[in-house]
Design a protein around this ligand. Structure first.
Ligand code: MG
Length: 634
């Protein structure tokens, strides 16, 4: 399939958009008329640029309020169409998108509408051009692709076909099966957009909340699979109206768009559509060249960037969390700290990636190491999705394993599952453990904080690269604004990452972004099997804890009917509690390290969430410290 995108989907001037679209490896582009009108160059110049970049102009759009107009508007509509045809020929566009009429002056007289399209087909056909009719979800008389198809079929003109737009079909809940009634040869273009499920005015929903396939809630894999199985082989084109994307850089949004189409096509090709569609057509459309999504078996390590003095403080923090230093890098200023299955690496090597990361952000998590099935395939999938490989030009990388770019310029290392021990043994001199374990077993989840505008981009990154699903997005009340949170997780819970973003300047998330200078890991949740024993142990070790107000526990007692003894214990140890269905969740928090990141300790009992109900309590507790000096470990 030819992969295309509408210029309206990204920010910038028309020439910058076209270059970004080309660089992101799209083959086609829909020219949105306003982008042309506001551009300094002429239509022939734009056409030449499109051709020079090797792009196909898949469509010129939109042509509004066409069908069913009374005279004298009708005559003027046709004059207007002829002028658009002139422009299209200068651009090198052969397809014009006509969206269903919204004008109160328009008539629903079927004979008139069919006659109008027949005449338009004659005029377009005479110039070698084609017309695609798109049903807008808010069209005055035609608001459904079934109605648009019935008109196109009745018109029966070779130059008149259908343009499908997944938003218009799926926002109105039109059954996907209805696509099977359409002659695939008459589908001239398929526009794709996802969107979150919202109850709101269709026009506002479409104009402001569309997003890339995979980022929203629409069943786009079913939608496209049905069309492919039917035999459609027209271009697939993203048409995304979204305020967040228009505030972002053109190249980022273009790459995200292309990534979303690669991901979508990959899912379609792995599904039943592949079996149904004949092999010739699939061959023409192109199989997915991506290896399957990466199966992650768990977080093997977290790498912390630190200068020499920060490394001492970090070591102290790890010690009071129950970690022991178990290794020292054979040649670099890098140490390994361990507790059960959790590895922390402190990297203080001068002139390293970690050091430059520390220079920008201060002591913080600069990389996450994941155990994966199939290292080579994982790297190939990342490359196919245009996720940059980390390469160290000087060959100075402290950890000799492949890595790709992650959130906020951090790295994601891949370690072949089952071979972790070899890597540690090869690179580190073992030290004897000091043995003050606090019962922490593994990394439960990692919380990354980012600008609200970036959240969809990183969501797509994780969804397209890893075998994970996304949870619903939650809104959490910080005392100083709203924080949005959404998680991605694997079915077995081996990989859980929460993405947090805030659009308000003073929330903890935003203060983190300002203090941290960009997106990154804000906290790390570590799992224990017995939170009470762990909490007592951590208290004895001297971990600075986040105090939780007594009022919270009074409410807890009433809300869940917990006995007074249990509540007393939770309160004494500052443990938060949540319950869902048959599951229970216990959590406590450390004070932040250098006001930058902190640790959460969790015990899950058949519980799959993240204690969202307690997040506002935690944020309020943390906000009390915002004007104080950082907590220090004695
Ligand atoms: Mg559309």
């Amino acid at each position: 399939m030819l992969m295309s995108i509408a210029t309206v989907s990204i920010s910038g001037s028309l020439d910058a958009k076209l270059r970004a679209i080309h660089d992101a490896r799209f083959q086609g582009v829909e020219i949105f008329e306003n982008d042309l009108l506001s551009f300094g160059g002429s239509a022939p110049e734009v056409g030449a640029l499109i051709r020079d970049l090797g792009l196909t102009c898949t469509c010129f759009q939109p042509f509004r309020d066409f069908e069913g107009m009374p005279e004298p508007q009708r005559r003027r509509v046709f004059e207007r169409a002829e002028r658009k045809f002139d422009l299209m020929q200068e651009l090198g566009a052969s397809l014009l998108l006509v969206c269903s009429n919204v004008s109160p002056a328009s008539s629903n007289d079927r004979g008139r509408i069919v006659d109008d399209f027949r005449e338009l087909g004659e005029r377009a056909g005479a110039r070698g051009l084609r017309i695609g009719f798109e049903a807008l979800a808010w069209g005055r008389h035609v608001a459904d692709h079934r109605e648009a198809w019935s008109i196109v079929r009745e018109v029966g003109h070779p130059a008149i076909g259908l343009i499908l737009d997944s938003f218009h079909s799926l926002a109105r809940n039109i059954p996907i099966d209805s696509l099977c009634e359409i002659d695939p040869a008459k589908v001239f273009l398929v526009q794709l957009a996802d969107a979150p499920m919202l109850q709101m005015d269709l026009l506002q929903w479409s104009r402001h909340f569309r997003n890339m396939p995979g980022q929203g809630d629409f069943p786009l894999v079913d939608y496209v699979s049905t069309l492919v199985a039917l035999g459609c082989d027209c271009p697939l084109s993203l048409e995304i109206f979204n305020d967040r994307f228009r505030a972002a850089s053109a190249s980022t949004v273009a790459v995200d768009g292309r990534r979303s189409l690669s991901f979508l096509w990959d899912e379609v090709m792995r599904g039943p559509a592949r079996a149904q569609a004949d092999t010739d057509r699939i061959r023409r459309g192109g199989r997915s060249e991506l290896p399957p999504r990466v199966v992650c078996r768990g977080v093997e390590f977290l790498e912390f960037a630190a200068n020499e003095s920060e490394a001492v403080d970090l070591g102290r923090m790890f010690t009071v969390l129950g970690f022991s230093q178990v290794g020292k890098h054979r040649s670099k200023d890098v140490t390994r700290w361990r507790q059960q299955d959790i590895n922390f690496v402190i990297n203080s090597e001068p002139e390293s990636f970690a050091r430059s990361y520390d220079n920008v952000h201060g002591a913080s998590v600069c990389a996450v190491g994941l155990r994966v099935e199939g290292l080579q395939e994982a790297m190939l999938r990342a490359r196919g999705l245009q996720i940059g490989k980390f390469s160290d030009p000087l060959g100075l990388a402290e950890l000799q394993m492949p890595a790709v770019q992650g959130v906020g310029g951090s790295l994601v290392y891949f370690m072949e599952s089952g071979h972790e021990r070899e890597v540690w043994n090869d690179e580190f001199i073992p030290l004897s453990e000091q043995g003050h374990d606090a019962g922490l077993l593994s990394v439960d989840h990692i919380a990354q904080t980012m600008q609200y505008e970036e959240m969809l981009s990183w969501l797509l990154y994780y969804l397209s690269l890893f075998e994970v699903t996304k949870t619903a997005q939650f809104e959490i009340a910080d005392p100083l604004g709203l924080v949005y949170s959404q998680a991605i997780q694997s079915a077995d819970g081996a990989l859980r990452i929460t993405l947090n973003g805030s659009a308000s300047a003073q929330t903890l998330s935003s203060r983190f972004l300002q203090g941290y200078v960009g997106a990154g890991v804000q906290y790390i949740a570590l799992a224990t099997r017995d939170i009470v024993a762990t909490a007592r142990r951590l208290r004895d070790l001297g971990l600075p804890m986040l105090p939780i107000p007594r009022n919270y526990y009074d409410d807890l007692e009433a809300r869940f009917g917990l006995d007074a003894g249990t509540v007393g214990e939770l309160s004494e140890l500052n443990i938060l509690y949540d319950r869902e269905a048959n599951g229970e969740y216990f959590q406590l928090y450390s004070r932040a390290f250098a006001k930058r990141f902190f640790f959460e300790i969790v015990e899950r009992r058949n519980y799959n969430g993240y204690g969202t109900a307690n997040a506002a309590i935690r944020l309020a507790a943390q906000s009390r410290y915002r004007l104080e000096a950082p907590a220090r470990v004695a």
